[in-house]
Ligand binder design. Structure first.
Ligand code: GLA
Length: 389
């Protein structure tokens, strides 16, 4: 089953097939899908080898494909109404188009690993909003790797696929992201969140207690992720780890850091303090959500947002307005930032029975404060990248 909404899936599949026929004059031979994700706790902990509680979501990227025997890859993105075409024996980056580089990067990295690729015609359709902090890029990468895997007749573990897609983003696209997005997209399991340990890359399935719903609230404000901010945070963390003589901030407990905080420049100390506490909060939130401990959920989310705003400094005015709107809405249990910050989406844990009222109130309050129409997406936990009929 793709999602709980079979009728909507049917309509979507029909549109993709119609597009495929129009573009390529034939029927697709196989389909793959991979989800976006929202982090419930653990902002920027992944590249510090800490914990993150992630939810692969019921918004995903579908790719319908048909093999070609001439080593050519032709892609059409329905969302962007854009095309790309390249040969597998010569894969160069495209200077002005990021989405093409996600596609080309995955092909190049898989091939460099010695995995045999087959050319194909493909149509891409995604329900993950682009550049909003829900990992639309990882969903594209992981769905595409799954297409090449199925067409090529080989098979890799979900863990290896995630690492290869991360490598494509690090080395071909040039975005030095951690493992969170690709791991979430490849290892998702319907019905549960995942507590990911970014040091040993193990995951634990976390069942959120009945009656609690995950609701994503999109500020619709531009993220500045490719600007230097992400890399700057990353290098400040590395500086902190080096000054304290540990290989990664993961090696420090909040108590150990507090005892040595004075050894760090103030800005670096603030960054480190956030990461070390945030990683501990990811483990704590997993336990609180399993137990349905709403008071603990509220407190952990509030601490996370305050730290993101005051210590890690990844909040924007739009995010503060959205935080106010979420906290004022009926049924809210806890709310915080999501993704890398700097705008984009935020996430709330909501009393399931109040989801509609929560959504309506957030839309109204946020509009009154900003004159911007937000988008609100209640989501389910989705299965990771897979081939489907
Ligand atoms: C982006 C990166 C991830 C992670 C998050 C912040 O989504 O791609 O690796 O660092 O930001 O948690």
């Amino acid at each position: 089953m793709l999602s709980t909404n079979q009728a909507a899936d049917g309509v979507r599949a029909g549109r993709v097939v119609a597009c495929f026929r129009e573009k390529f004059g034939s029927e697709p031979e196989l389909w793959a899908r991979a989800p976006g994700r929202v982090d419930l706790m653990g902002s920027h902990t992944d590249y510090n080898l800490g914990f993150v509680l992630t939810l692969p979501i019921s918004r995903d990227t579908w790719i319908a494909a048909r093999r070609r025997d001439d080593g050519v890859v032709r892609m059409h993105s329905m969302n962007l109404d854009a095309d790309d075409e390249f040969r597998l024996d010569r894969i160069d980056p495209v200077a002005e188009s990021r989405w093409c580089n996600y596609v080309r990067g995955v092909a190049a990295i898989l091939q460099n690993e010695g995995l045999a690729l087959t050319g194909c015609d493909a149509v891409i359709h995604s329900t993950v909003p682009v550049e909003s902090g829900l990992s639309s890029s990882a969903a594209l990468e992981c769905a595409l790797a799954t297409v090449f895997e199925a067409l090529g007749g080989w098979s890799v573990t979900a863990e290896r696929k995630a690492l290869l897609c991360q490598k494509a983003e690090n080395e071909f696209v040039g975005m030095k992201c951690g493992i969170l997005d690709q791991y979430s997209s490849c290892l998702g399991r319907a019905g549960c969140a995942l507590l990911l340990d970014c040091r040993d890359l193990s995951t634990r399935a976390v069942h959120i207690a009945d009656g609690i719903r995950v609701v994503i609230c999109n500020t619709m404000s531009q993220r500045r992720l490719t600007g230097g901010e992400y890399l700057q945070r990353r290098s400040q963390c590395e500086q902190g780890a080096a000054l304290l003589g540990v290989s990664a901030l993961r090696e420090l407990t909040p108590e150990a850091l507090a005892a040595r905080r004075h050894e760090l420049p103030e800005l670096v100390a603030k960054r480190c303090e956030f990461i070390v506490a945030e990683s501990a909060r990811a483990e704590a939130l997993a336990a609180a959500l399993e137990a349905g401990d709403r008071v603990a959920v509220a407190g952990l989310c509030a601490e996370s947002f305050a730290g993101a705003r005051d210590l890690y400094e990844i909040c924007s005015p739009a995010m503060s307005d959205m935080m106010d709107a979420m906290l004022a809405a009926p049924g809210v249990i806890g709310a915080r930032q999501a993704g890398a910050g700097f705008g984009g989406c935020m996430v709330a844990l909501v009393d399931a029975a109040s989801t509609d009222a929560f959504r309506a109130a957030v839309l109204d309050t946020y509009y009154a404060a900003t004159q911007v129409r937000a988008e609100v997406y209640p989501v389910e936990a989705a299965e990771g990248a897979e081939v489907f009929q």
